[in-house]
Write a protein of this length. Sequence first.
Length: 29
Amino acid sequence: MDIAPPPERDQTGSQSVDRALSLLSMVGR
C-alpha cells in the first residue's frame, strides 16, 4: 500500500492529518 498524497492538497490543516496518516501507515503496516 503506497500512499503518497500531493503536498499541495489542503493547506488548512489536512497536511498534518495526511502526515500523521502516512506515518501511521508506514509504522502500522
